[in-house]
Design a binder for this molecule. Structure first.
Ligand code: 5GP
Ligand code: MN
Length: 323
C-alpha cells in the first residue's frame, strides 16, 4: 500500500512527543483556529504542544479556548516535530520559524494554498480544501481521534472564517459534512459566526469612509487604497481592513478587486479577490505573495502610486481571462 503525506504526518506525530506548532503572520481565523485545534488534539492524546504565533491574536479570536496559551516566540528546546499550518511559504511564518534550530526534527506542512512551496519534509497540501482546519479534521479522522468540544470550536472558527460563512465557491459537500461533524462535537455555529463574521472594530468601520470615497473601477477591476494618512484621520491602527476587498468584489463591474494598503514602512500590502473562474493567486505568486484563486495577497515595495501602476495591468489581465 502506498503511504500518503497524511499517513506520514500521523506516523511522525504518533512517534513524537514535543511538538512545535506554528501558523502564519497577520493571522486570520483559519490560522488561529487551526493552531488551537491542532494544539487541543495533540494534548488530548498525551503530547506536549507548544503553539507559537509571532503577531498578536486578533480580538475576535481571543476568547477561543486555549488562545491565551499562544506564545509570540518559540522557547529554545529540542522538538520531535515542527508543524506549520495555513502558510504557503516559510516567510509567511515570520520569526517563529527557525529551521536551523530544529536538528533532525521533521518539518511538517499542512495547508490548502494552491501557491504552497512544499517547504516541509512532509507536505500535506490540498488546494481543494476550503480551510486548513478541514485538513486537520481529516487528519483526526484518519488517526481515529475523536474531536473534543474545544477543538471543534477552534476548527469550526477556521472553516467559517475562510469560507465567509460557507458561502465561497470552494464549499463542497465535504466542507459542509466537516462543519456538521464539528457542530456534532459541540461547536456553536451561530456563536462563532456572530463573534467573527459580524465583527468590525469601530476604527475599521470609520476607515472605510475615506477608503470607499477613493474606489475606482476599470477593465473589470474595482480597487481602492488605504494610506497612512487615512488611518491617522480616523485613528485606525495598522492591520486588518475588515473585509473591504470582499465588499469591492460585490460590484457587478468587478471580476477582480484589490485594496492597496500603505504600511508604516512604506511598503504596500495588497489584498486581492476574484469571482469564480478568475484567478488572483497567480498574480499574487508572481509578486512574491500567495493565496487561493479567489482570495490572495502580497506585499510589495512602495510608494503607493508606483505599486498601483505596476499591479493594475496584471489585475486587468486577470480580470479579462476567464480560465
Ligand atoms: P487576505 O486578503 O484575507 O489577507 O488574504 C487572502 C489570502 O491571501 C489568504 O489565503 C492569505 O493566506 C493569502 N495572503 C495574503 N497576503 C499574503 C502574503 O503576503 N503572502 C502570501 N504567501 N499569502 C498571502
Ligand atoms: Mn486558510
Amino acid at each position: 500500500m502506498q503511504t500518503t503525506a497524511l499517513d506520514e504526518i500521523i506516523a511522525i506525530l504518533d512517534h513524537g512527543h514535543r511538538i512545535l506548532v506554528l501558523t502564519h503572520i497577520a493571522p486570520d481565523g483559519d490560522a488561529i483556529g487551526s493552531l488551537l485545534g491542532m494544539g487541543w488534539l495533540l494534548r488530548q492524546h498525551g503530547k506536549s504542544a507548544t503553539l507559537v504565533e509571532q503577531d498578536t491574536v486578533p480580538p475576535e479570536f481571543r476568547n477561543l479556548p486555549g488562545a491565551d496559551e499562544i506564545r509570540p516566540e518559540p522557547p529554545e528546546q529540542p522538538w520531535d516535530a515542527v508543524v506549520c499550518l495555513d502558510a504557503s511559504d516559510p516567510a509567511r511564518l515570520g520569526m517563529a520559524f527557525r529551521p536551523a534550530a530544529y536538528g533532525k526534527a521533521p518539518v511538517v506542512v499542512i495547508d490548502h494554498h494552491v501557491t504552497n512551496l512544499n517547504f516541509g519534509r512532509v507536505n500535506y497540501v490540498d488546494p481543494s480544501a476550503a480551510a486548513t482546519a478541514q485538513l486537520i479534521v481529516r487528519m483526526a479522522d484518519a488517526w481515529g481521534w475523536p474531536i473534543s468540544r474545544e477543538a471543534a470550536e477552534c476548527l469550526l472558527t477556521g472553516l467559517v472564517t475562510d469560507t465567509r460563512g460557507f458561502r465561497t465557491s470552494n464549499v463542497t459537500v465535504d466542507v459542509m459534512a466537516t462543519g456538521l461533524k464539528l457542530m456534532e462535537a459541540g461547536a456553536n455555529l451561530a456563536d462563532i459566526a456572530q463573534r467573527t463574521l459580524n465583527y468590525k472594530p469601530l476604527a475599521v468601520i470609520k476607515l472605510w469612509g475615506p477608503a470607499l470615497e477613493h474606489v475606482q473601477a476599470q477593465d473589470g477591476v474595482v480597487w481602492t487604497q488605504i494610506t497612512q494618512e487615512m488611518r491617522r484621520q480616523v485613528e485606525a491602527p495598522n492591520g486588518n481592513e475588515g473585509g473591504l476587498v470582499s465588499l469591492l468584489l460585490e460590484a457587478p463591474e468587478a471580476n477582480v478587486s484589490a485594496v492597496f494598503a500603505e504600511k508604516p514602512d512604506g511598503r504596500v500590502e495588497i489584498g486581492l479577490r476574484a469571482r469564480p473562474r478568475f484567478d488572483v493567486a497567480r498574480v499574487a505568486l508572481s509578486l512574491g505573495g500567495g493565496g487561493h484563486p479567489q482570495a490572495a495577497g502580497c506585499t510589495i515595495d512602495g510608494p503607493l502610486t508606483q505599486a498601483e501602476e505596476r499591479v493594475l495591468p496584471l489585475l486587468a489581465d486577470a480580470a479579462r481571462s476567464e480560465g
